[in-house]
Design a protein. Structure first.
Length: 143
């Protein structure tokens, strides 16, 4: 049975996405366009941490390389900064790392061992295949 079948009608499945690419942001918004989704997109690590401090989410998608370029994972504004914060301040959300920077992904997964690495998740075919991991089925634009 679908996870969403038991949610109250006015409930919003809350999703936080750390992503700096406008094209990927748009793709994520298209995938989660249904009325049951409340999607928040942020472009910087500190902004993401501030949102995590204020609210709870069911799923958090983390990119690593921000500001449009490859970033070493010891830099200030990257997904590793958020992973380090979550490691020290556990949250109940499912964490999905969607970065293509494999070195950074390995480091983030070391910090967040229960996370999933789903690169290219924003692409439609990958999205539909992977949503079953969250108990979501069907036509996602109609959810």
């Amino acid at each position: 049975m679908d996870k969403l079948a038991f949610l109250p009608q006015k409930y919003k499945f809350k999703i936080l996405i750390l992503e700096d690419s406008p094209n990927r942001q748009e793709a994520f918004l298209e995938r989660f366009s249904g009325s049951l989704f409340a999607v928040t997109i942020c472009e910087h690590a500190q902004e993401c941490i501030s949102l995590l401090k204020k609210d709870e989410y069911e799923v958090v998608f983390l990119d690593h390389d921000l500001n449009g370029k490859f970033i070493d994972f010891d830099k200030y504004d990257c997904g590793t900064v958020v992973a380090e914060w979550i490691n020290k301040n556990p949250i109940s959300a499912q964490i999905v790392i969607h970065s293509l920077n494999i070195k950074a992904v390995r480091n983030m997964q070391r910090l967040l061992p229960d996370s999933m690495h789903l690169p290219l998740i924003w692409e439609e075919d990958n999205f539909k295949k992977r949503m079953k991991l969250f108990g979501l089925r069907g036509n996602y634009s109609d959810i």
